[in-house]
Design a protein around this ligand. Structure first.
Ligand SMILES: Nc1ncnc2c1ncn2[C@@H]1O[C@H](COP(=O)(O)OP(=O)(O)OP(=O)(O)O)[C@@H](O)[C@H]1O
Length: 626
């Protein structure tokens, strides 16, 4: 499609490939090496105080002690990155420990005990996910409440006493060694590595970062946020099944006390490891170091002869410090964003749009692209839209206008497929012939929306943002798709170049860009051969004069290249410059459906201001039939 200059693209990609790969990571660039230094400092200090700290046996013990924490943290970081949290995992651990121990003791079967732990864990996770979804309040509160339920059940099933008499096959899961290394350590390292890979390298992982960065933007890109949340809670519960079996086998008994404070330890490791408490950022290596730090501090306290409660105080202090660091990082990011916004139009030099170079594979100008057919929408007693019908044509700009409360936003949401109409249909042409089909997913039918509130994920770069919902993948194994960063980078570069935007780094988080650059990234989403109908909701609202001219040029060129453009704007000058066709609403009713040539400026101002009697609307000017 595009004839973007290949040499230029090569040079830019060349520059990008020399960039530190860390910045291409969806969770941000910080590797938390400070934690590694802290671990070394603590270890060296304790070694000088008690000479046998840095022995191989002690290091093995430290890692064995944190193996359960490492497994739980692997699943917890996925939840937190996507903006969720599960405070019931301590209760889950207790319940699953008791259940697996009872099954192992009563049946003698390690396999059955494992199956029960994993199965019940997944069900418990599902219950958590459904409760968070249904109650629509903070997962912190919902899972805290459920935590009491799980602890209570654990005490009830175990009669408040430890379950002993476990068969050897079960105990071996926690006590055996593999190539000289304790089995729980081997399992923890493999499990963590797999989870880290899934989070940072696959489409599903990138989506978690997108959801944590801006859930509504992710939703508007077609990502099923609720399903992702449910599956993450189920995964957390399943993971707690593994943790429960390994821990129970290692300590050779099931107990309702086993999970006390476990959720706080896990959360501390994840937050200390640099995962943002509000989601959208974090790196597995940081979490790994966070887990190691907690293990090292525990061991150090024991070596230095501190009582148990000092360990609790130390961990609480570390969690508070990590949260403070998280807040500070968020403050710095906000400052960067406002500085970049103030610099709007400075570094981001947008040039004349070069969209004319693109050849959209759309039917010829004037052909019917979409038909809005009798759309009505009620919000309870409020009738926001009343029997709206009009046509949209390829190669034309349709301006959707109206005063405040006229129903424009409601109609846009219905057109974009994010809000169902009460009655009526949206019909979209999917082939060369005028063959309109009712569609439930306008996006799949080639309709792309650029939202007024810039539905972007500020924590991700242009390459990720522009790929969301339709991510390129290199390898596919079942539902797991490995994200193709190179292809995403090239596609983003190509799209931005076609509207004359030059960003030096396609992986730089959008929060670091100016408002105009973010707007450009958002708008460039429509530059694709798959996009045939473009819906722009106040696209110039956040822009300065220079960038507004670029967007106006883009709108014209989109239409010239064959796309059908639906523009919502309050800017009468822009509207008059680009419109081929007007659709004007007033208090939910259609008051004009007119060709631009039939609309005088006075009449337009009159209609836009809502100075019409909607009970006796002006006869909408009919479109010429094609
Ligand atoms: N979720 C909602 N629940 C109830 N009423 C709503 C809802 N959304 C919109 N409305 C009502 O529907 C009518 C149309 O609102 P809408 O936001 O679509 O208008 P608009 O033309 O986009 O206005 P504006 O230009 O001010 O954004 C208004 O009376 C509004 O109060």
């Amino acid at each position: 499609m595009s004839t973007v200059h290949h040499a230029e693209r090569r040079t830019r990609l060349g520059r990008v490939s020399r960039r530190d790969r860390a910045t291409a990571h969806p969770g941000g660039g910080s590797t938390r090496w400070g934690l590694a230094i802290l671990i070394v400092m603590v270890s060296v200090y304790v070694q000088t105080e008690a000479s046998n700290f840095l022995t191989e046996a002690n290091l093995q013990t430290i890692i064995l002690n944190v193996s359960s924490l490492l497994i739980a943290a692997a699943a917890m970081m996925r939840l937190v990155v996507a903006g969720n949290v599960d405070l019931s995992i301590g209760g889950q651990l207790s319940l699953l420990s008791v259940l697996s121990a009872l099954v192992a003791r009563d049946t003698g079967s390690a396999v059955l005990a494992l199956a029960v732990a994993l199965g019940v864990g997944a069900v418990v996770g599902l219950v958590n996910g459904v409760a968070v979804r249904l109650l629509s309040i903070s997962p912190l509160i919902v899972t805290l409440g459920l935590s009491f339920v799980y602890f209570g059940l654990a005490y009830a099933f175990s009669d408040s006493s430890a379950v002993f008499g476990l068969p050897t096959t079960f105990l071996e899961l926690g006590l055996s060694r593999f190539a000289g290394i304790p089995t729980p350590v081997v399992i923890a390292l493999i499990y963590f590595a797999v989870c880290a890979f899934l989070l940072t390298r696959t489409t599903g992982g990138v989506r978690r970062f997108a959801i944590g960065g801006n859930a509504s933007a992710a939703r508007s890109e077609g990502i099923n946020v609720d399903r992702a949340m449910l599956s993450d809670f189920v995964f957390m519960g399943f993971t707690m099944g593994i943790v429960a079996v390994l821990t129970t086998a290692r300590i050779q008994s099931g107990s309702a006390d086993i999970g006390v404070n476990f959720e706080l330890e896990t959360l501390t490791a994840v937050i200390v490891g640099g995962v943002a408490f509000n989601g959208g950022a974090g790196r597995p290596l940081g979490v790994f170091l966070g887990v190691l730090l907690l293990g090292t501090i525990d061991a150090a306290m024991v070596f230095l002869g501190f009582a148990d409660y000092y360990q609790q105080i130390a961990k609480g202090g570390i969690l508070l410090l990590a949260l403070a660091a998280d807040q500070y990082a968020r403050h710095r990011a906000r400052m960067r964003t406002s500085a970049a916004t103030a610099d709007q139009g400075g570094k981001a030099k947008t040039h004349a749009a070069r969209l004319g170079e693109m050849q959209l594979d759309t039917p010829s100008r004037g052909t019917l692209a979409a038909r809005v057919d009798g759309i009505s929408k009620n919000y309870g007693a409020v009738q926001a839209l009343r029997d709206i019908s009009f046509d949209v044509r390829y190669g034309e700009v349709t301006c959707l206008l109206g005063d405040n409360g006229a129903g424009k936003s409601t109609l846009i949401k219905i057109l974009a497929g994010t809000l169902p109409p009460t009655t009526g249909d949206i019909l979209i042409n999917q082939s060369e012939e005028v063959d309109l089909q009712k569609t439930d997913n306008p996006r799949e039918a080639g309709l792309e929306t650029v939202w007024q509130d810039l539905a972007v994920c500020p924590n991700l770069g242009a390459a990720y943002n522009l790929a969301l919902g339709n991510e390129p993948s290199r390898i596919r194994v079942g539902p797991i798709r490995v994200f193709d960063r190179k292809a995403a980078e090239e596609a983003a570069l190509k799209r931005l170049a076609s509207i004359g935007v030059n960003l030096s780094d396609m992986f730089r988080p959008l929060s670091d860009l100016s408002g105009g650059q973010r707007q450009s990234v958002s708008i460039s989403r429509v530059v694709s051969e798959d996009v045939k109908i473009v819906l722009l909701d106040e696209p110039t609202a956040a822009l300065g004069v220079h960038q507004t001219r670029n967007v106006v040029a883009l709108i014209k060129e989109l239409a010239e290249s064959g796309a059908a453009v639906i523009l919502v704007s309050h800017d009468i000058d822009i509207v008059q410059e680009v419109a081929d066709h007007y659709v004007i609403l007033n208090r939910g009713a259609l008051v004009a459906d007119a060709r631009a040539k039939d609309m005088t400026p006075q009449k337009l101002v009159h209609l836009m201001a809502g100075l019409v009697d909607t009970e006796q609307p002006e006869k909408p000017t009919q479109l010429a039939t094609s």
